[in-house]
Design a binder for this molecule. Structure first.
Ligand code: GLU
Length: 498
């Protein structure tokens, strides 16, 4: 089985296209097939090297690889359409010679006038066929005179074209609705439908898995296979990925490209696992599975033909799972850019890095994405007693005498106690405050939380308090934003309380 993913390098890799790449990959790996990466860069105005580089990087980031491609090589290259122009020309000549194609000299203005006339007559705007029966002599004279010409395919009249689609069953379209398509433009560049058939044909592609937006192209392609005497591949058209309003997923729904999801702090294994679940189910009640296992279970027959809605909530759920099981060092490296951007970290000392690695699960266990880590860690870095007391919830809490007593007792205790650098130190301090004030449970720990963090809620105190005091002990050259320790916090709070 030979499969291909054929992106056009005209922008960032859309998650819908990433899913197409993934389904090709899953099928290739399931069947021990070969996956080809082909760059469809014949749109010279919109294709860029930068986009091609980005697409390759995004695919690799997702954990997808390919066996043949512009970088990987292979026996049936080149794998960039812009490097295959000679092949397209030679194959257009073949069709001209066999009468399956003809030269067309119609100008853009003529074609536009034809379209308008067809529209006015209530007919579909397809090529009127003016140059279909030009004699060879007339063609030669006009070519010799330097008149620009395109090569058009001669679509056979009154025929039904049928192709098998693994996802949707058999599809039949009458050739009467198809105008003669352009194969080669006057500058020698191929049209999409032509290049794709030459490439899939010469590259020995046996199964084409692509988006359903290409269904209208497929009959034209099937007719071209016929004209060359080639067997068409098996087709599988995947339904599009839609936004929650059932319109194709686009900018107005938020992030759409792989790189945008990456920048928001989704892990690649989460995004790729989630994309596999859009329109396909691995079965057995499991959804959270590594790529290899997804490949083991994959089949095109199991792919749904109804549209897949992109569900950000579900993606967040998948991402939370992978954040929980991810290696801490990796999470630290991946979180650093966000902490830098938030002004909380710079180049970290080794001790600061170790500290961050140790405390990070406190944040990553409670977020959907890594870009939310700085906000989750804000309680460690920023403390302002006056601001805290201005918060309504905090003020209300401190109206009770018991709470004020806890605040004062804590400040007094910490003034002479060692820093709360581990859970035991913190528990011991809390126990002493409990003994001095007689408060316990929520009446003890809630005011302690408010005094030490300035907030009503946040991560577990057993984790948060030691994180604060070990962070505060790191000192000025740690590369971290300055951290106020618990002793100074409690003191400032009681002062602000008056
Ligand atoms: N280059 C086309 C696209 O990006 C894909 C063509 C195909 O898969 O046949 O939509």
């Amino acid at each position: 089985m030979r499969l291909r993913f054929a992106p056009s390098p005209t922008g960032q890799l859309h998650v819908g296209n990433a899913r197409t790449a993934l389904f090709n990959w899953l099928l290739a790996r399931n069947r021990g097939g070969t996956l080809i990466l082909r760059i469809e860069d014949t749109d010279r105005e919109r294709s860029t090297h930068e986009s091609e580089r980005g697409i390759l990087e995004d695919l690799r980031w997702l954990g997808l690889d390919w066996d043949e491609g512009p970088d990987a090589g292979g026996d049936v290259g080149p794998y960039r359409q812009s490097e295959r122009l000679d092949l397209y020309r030679a194959h257009a000549d073949r069709l001209l010679a066999s009468g399956h194609a003809y030269r067309c000299f119609c100008s853009t203005e003529q074609l536009e006038a034809d379209r308008q006339a067809a529209r006015a007559a209530g007919q579909p705007p397809r090529y009127a066929g003016r140059c279909r029966s030009l004699g060879p002599e007339a063609v030669r004279l006009r070519l010799d005179a330097g008149e620009p010409a395109v090569v058009r395919f001669r679509v056979p009249a009154h025929r039904d074209v049928t192709f098998a689609d693994v996802v949707r069953g058999s599809i039949t379209i009458s050739t009467d609705v198809i105008g003669d398509p352009v194969l080669l433009r006057s500058d020698g560049h191929p049209a999409y439908n032509f290049a794709v058939v030459i490439d899939d044909g010469l590259m020995g592609v046996t199964t084409v898995v692509r988006g359903e937006d290409h269904i209208p192209n497929t009959p034209r392609q099937v007719l071209l296979y016929e004209a060359f005497g080639w067997t068409p591949p098996v087709f599988a058209h995947l339904s599009l990925v839609l936004g929650p309003d059932h319109a194709p997923l686009s900018k107005r729904h938020g992030a759409t490209s792989v790189v945008e999801f990456r920048n928001r702090g989704y892990l690649p294994e989460a995004l790729v696992n989630y994309l596999a679940l859009v329109g396909w189910s691995p079965g057995g009640g499991d959804e959270l599975l590594p790529l290899e296992e997804l490949a083991r279970r994959f089949s095109l027959e199991g792919v749904s033909h109804s549209a897949g809605v992109f569900d950000v909530e579900k993606l967040a759920w998948v991402n939370r799972h992978y954040l929980k099981i991810a290696d801490r060092e990796r999470l630290c490296a991946l979180s650093l850019p966000y902490l830098r951007e938030a002004g909380l970290a710079n180049t970290l000392s080794e001790a600061a890095r170790a500290w961050l690695t140790a405390i990070l699960p406190m944040a990553t266990a409670a977020v959907d994405r890594l870009d939310q880590v700085p906000a989750r860690l804000a309680l460690v870095f920023t403390y302002d007693a006056i601001e805290a007391l201005a918060r309504e919830g905090v003020r209300a809490e401190l109206l009770a005498d018991g709470a004020r007593n806890v605040a004062r007792a804590l400040a007094e205790d910490l003034a002479s106690a060692p820093p709360l650098t581990d859970r035991e130190q913190f528990r011991a301090a809390a126990q002493r405050v409990r003994e001095t004030t007689g408060q316990k449970g929520k009446a003890l720990f809630h005011p302690i939380r408010i005094v030490l963090t300035g907030h009503n809620e946040g991560p577990e105190l057993d984790l948060l308090v030691p994180a604060i005091d070990t962070g505060a002990a790191l000192g000025a050259d740690s590369g971290l934003a300055p951290i106020t320790g618990c002793r100074a916090r409690a003191q400032a709070f009681v002062e602000a309380l008056g």
